[in-house]
Design a protein around this ligand. Structure first.
Ligand SMILES: Nc1ncnc2c1ncn2[C@@H]1O[C@H](COP(=O)(O)OP(=O)(O)OP(=O)(O)O)[C@@H](O)[C@H]1O
Ligand SMILES: [Mg+2]
Length: 490
């Protein structure tokens, strides 16, 4: 065929291999169900019901809503992969972007799914994708089928709504028999995970009572990562990034000692306290990324109280590289720098709260200043730790040194190495820690090097050997430049 003198030929995708590719996008069951719920929210649903019926490999999961639904043509369009162009401008409340979620999320878990929908003043309509049918016919063809005929009647009683029914869950229940209790246990565990995930992902909708989600007919509660409303949380001033359309707000959760055991346990969230620290990225209030430092910092115990909310509108999807599964978002470089600076401040506060424990006693007797053995110091912009000569035990030993109390002194120093302080500082600003004897007179250092060198040579070592040994002794290893002149002097 020619078109403007250019020869063309059709190269349409092969239906069954294309669908297999959809299946490999990498959804988990919880991210897949969340993607279906996105559609319900975009369709202005007030209630979403998730129900499952255990029948081994014939189990069914149904996600139903009371949103505005679809008529026949709209449903057929909705079932098409790529039903809307990703660059098409969407309503500001729309949680969709790619025109794929319904299909990719469903196919990630099932070989067959049907959608029944009813639009106001229309009769319910239904269509299904059946991967076996696609394989047989080799064509992009829907079948008019639903495994739950009663659901058509149920929807008829609603003004409008949609029901997505997954009925061949081969990914999680391949060849599983109904009487397999172990598999049932695993399935229930999986479902519990889904529930927790939904409580987290949609918490802002649930809190604001925009929607209710019913899980096996029981209403689920919001899980707020920021413990808003709890006593003792610290909220940092929000900042507006990008073109002013990205809002960042840091939360420092209360120290364990300030909240009840139950609140502390609940706040640990689906992944646990340490894992849940980091940025929480929301797109139109829907959580995309939960607890991730986006490669800027490591997750560390002493930052576990720090959670930072980032609010994105759906107009920045492209710049933030939102993925099909709605589980990845990557800030543009400029925003990354701003976020890092903001997070550094919040993290510094969070560390202070984390260290709260040691300060409690101090605060009990506020008139007495804490006397540490080790103190942090700055020398020409570099960080060092020194021994507090005014510490009562240290000063006593300095005044009256003896063989025995030198050992006691060493013991005191060893036992009080400020490991938490050093670790925190090191991970915050690794480059600002000075090397030994940096930025001070080297007289003492050189004197000690010379003494050791002489001792080695006097004990029969050759000059080269003595030099090599000296270079393997801390902190002489940092100053090889002195060794040559010292050996020449010998
Ligand atoms: N529960 C629902 N109620 C009403 N309309 C729906 C529902 N689910 C899907 N749709 C319609 O089907 C279309 C396709 O949904 P699908 O999830 O495949 O893509 P999307 O939501 O547009 O984008 P994304 O791929 O980002 O999810 C939606 O845009 C919407 O018009
Ligand atoms: Mg969608």
């Amino acid at each position: 065929m020619t078109n403007n003198q250019i020869l063309t030929t059709k190269a349409e995708p092969d239906a069954s291999s294309m669908i297999e590719t959809f299946r490999a996008i990498g959804y988990s069951i919880e991210t897949a169900i969340a993607d279906i719920i996105d559609n319900s929210i975009s369709a202005e649903a007030k209630n979403i019901w998730i129900n499952y019926d255990w029948k081994g490999k014939k189990s069914i999961i149904k996600i139903k809503d009371d949103g505005y639904g679809m008529n026949h043509d709209e449903l057929v369009q909705a079932m098409r992969p790529g039903s809307k162009h990703p660059l098409k401008v969407r309503s500001l409340k729309d949680l969709g972007r790619f025109g794929l979620g319904l299909k990719t999320a469903s196919f990630s878990q099932t070989r067959k799914f049907s959608v029944i929908s009813k639009k106001k003043d229309y009769n319910p309509v239904y269509w299904a994708w059946d991967l076996d049918h696609v394989n047989e016919t080799k064509s992009w063809e829907l079948i008019q089928f639903t495994p739950l005929v009663s659901e058509i009647k149920n929807l008829k009683e609603q003004e409008s709504g949609t029901s997505v029914i997954w009925y061949c869950l081969d990914r999680i229940l391949k060849n599983t028999k109904e009487e397999d209790t172990e598999a049932l246990g695993k399935f229930m565990e999986l479902m519990e995970g889904v529930k927790k995930h939904l409580e987290m992902v949609f918490h802002r909708f649930l809190e604001q009572r925009k929607i209710k989600i019913w899980f096996q007919d029981r209403k689920i509660e919001a899980w707020d990562p920021f413990l808003r409303g709890e006593k003792g949380i610290q909220i940092c001033a929000e900042e507006f990034l990008g073109k002013g359309d990205i809002v960042v707000k840091g939360y420092i959760l209360p120290h364990k000692s300030k909240i009840s055991e139950q609140t502390f346990k609940k706040a640990s969230g689906p992944k646990g306290w340490n894992e849940q620290q980091g940025f929480y990225i929301y797109r139109n209030e829907r959580l995309l990324v939960a607890g991730n430092w986006l490669g800027m910092f490591r997750k560390e115990e002493h930052y576990k109280l720090c959670r930072i909310m980032i609010d994105l509108p759906n107009t920045v999807d492209d710049k933030w590289q939102i993925d099909i599964k709605k589980s990845i978002a990557r800030p543009p470089i400029k925003v990354q720098t701003q976020l890092k600076a903001y997070a550094k401040d919040v993290r510094a506060h969070a560390v202070n709260v984390y260290r709260h424990k040691g300060r409690v006693l101090q605060r009990k007797y506020p008139s007495f200043k804490f006397t540490p053995v080790w103190v942090e110091k700055q020398r020409h912009g570099k960080r060092f730790y020194s021994i507090n000569r005014k510490h009562p035990v240290i000063s006593e030993i300095i005044e009256e040194p003896s063989k025995q109390n030198i050992n006691e002194l060493i013991k005191f120093i060893e036992e009080t190495v400020p490991v938490p302080l050093i670790t925190i500082k090191e991970s915050e600003e690794p480059e600002s820690h000075g090397i030994p004897f940096e930025n001070i007179e080297h007289e003492l250092l050189i004197q000690k090097m010379e003494k050791q060198l002489k001792r080695l040579v006097n004990s029969g070592k050759s000059k080269d050997e003595a030099k090599a040994i000296l270079l393997s002794i801390e902190p002489f290893d940092k100053y090889p430049q002195y060794i040559e002149s010292l050996t020449e002097k010998l």
